[in-house]
Design a binder for this molecule. Sequence first.
Ligand SMILES: Cc1cc2nc3c(=O)[nH]c(=O)nc-3n(C[C@H](O)[C@H](O)[C@H](O)COP(=O)(O)OP(=O)(O)OC[C@H]3O[C@@H](n4cnc5c(N)ncnc54)[C@H](O)[C@@H]3O)c2cc1C
Length: 446
Amino acid sequence: MNKAEKNVVVIGAGPAGAAAAYYLQKDGYEVTVLEKESFVGGRTHGYENEQVRFDTGASFFTNFYPLLKELVKKLEIEDEVIELERRVGLKYNEQIAEFKFGSFRSFWNLPFIEARDKWIMLWNTIKLSLQRGKLDLVSPDKLAAIDDESIADWATNSMSYKIYHFLIKPGVEPFWYFSCEDVSRAMTTVLQARAADAKFYTFKHGMARISEKLLENCKVHLNANVNAISVNGNVEINYSTKEKTEKIKTDYLVMATPATVSSKLLNSQLNNPLGTFIKSQKYVHNIHAAYLIDEGEISGFHAYYYPCGDWNTPIGAIVFHKLKCPESIKAPHGKELVSIYLLDEPSKAIINSNKNDHEIMNEVWEMACDFLPKLTKIKENVTIIKRREAIPLHEVGRYKQANQLKNESLGKIFFTGDYLSCATVEGGLRSGRWVASKISNKEITF
Ligand SMILES: Cc1cc2nc3c(=O)[nH]c(=O)nc-3n(C[C@H](O)[C@H](O)[C@H](O)COP(=O)(O)OP(=O)(O)OC[C@H]3O[C@@H](n4cnc5c(N)ncnc54)[C@H](O)[C@@H]3O)c2cc1C
């Protein structure tokens, strides 16, 4: 880097932008973050009113998120970390089975599959866990070699149809909402390798906490919506706040927005292979609707319900927040806060319809009652989050491409985000640190 070029603007204050800003500022750069929302955290943001608080997007992290773990220590927020319940209800048509992640006994007692399939799954899981060191959920370079077929094809062909539907799919779709038929097996192999010791955590005040802490000492402009970028020697950025339109010049620009936003803002300039990759990114839709119900209604319930098997349901997941972790949310005394997440296709159909939020919330609750008939019709609507760009689709071949493009930039414009690694908070953070290393031209180890 030219020593005089010390200004960096980061657009987007999600985990990727926050990590990039944190590491660059620590390395002596003058960093300015522009964020269009009134809060930082991006898709890890929570919803809060007088009655409730809960995460609307990312809601947990795991023991195989090494950078997040390292940052929690460095930022001294270890006492804010809470371990989550891992027991779920797996639902297949009318049947519900209890399943505990990481428990051999719970796996062995699962009623939907026969002993032969359990042995096959066990053998494959042991084989994969022995290769753990070579796998990493968010590193395209480690996953490129196994980025060759979809989760559905891989699981069905290498194990069995039932293992795919009853064990693999419920470990993926309730978390990412896409269809396993559309997504590379690379990410699943890592999940399976970590299945035996997987642990889940959250922060007391929500998942946006990590971005808030990373940006604590950075210059952040909230409500700053970037609407144009021009490159003539220097990079010039136009953004509008509530009051006015501003212009800012910078030596380096970090685009830490979803790929679709980068694509729109830089369209005509995205003409190298990295640009083509950015323009080609697709995202899955997601509806997350939240309700309050009487706590008395949920006696004997599990904290989570996930579909499994080869049946058609619009439900991705149902979460009962107090059962899951009362310390990480806010809800009125005597009430339970319930979140319903829909899969990609039904979310897309509803988001593209002309229905208003009230109608959609009633429709989603009906779907939840069909899925889980123990739920009564009585509920109080809290809020609905409709995302057209919830999760970047991890198509087959995508890790290979990301790996080939990892050292590319567009002159002084650099790109970061979960779409370049894996749709997780760890993916965003690692991609943010990587871009900081590229700009400062050295491996960042602090
Ligand atoms: C419903 C849901 C559940 C999830 N669950 C989990 C989970 O449990 N665990 C997990 O690890 N991950 C989860 N994820 C994924 C995780 O949230 C993302 O992978 C992560 O937030 C990606 O970080 P990012 O910084 O790349 O993008 P984002 O978090 O999307 O941040 C991008 C930022 O750019 C800003 N921006 C966009 N356009 C502009 C503009 N024009 N001007 C200025 N700013 C702009 C946005 O407002 C946003 O703040 C979930 C995601 C969703 C949607």
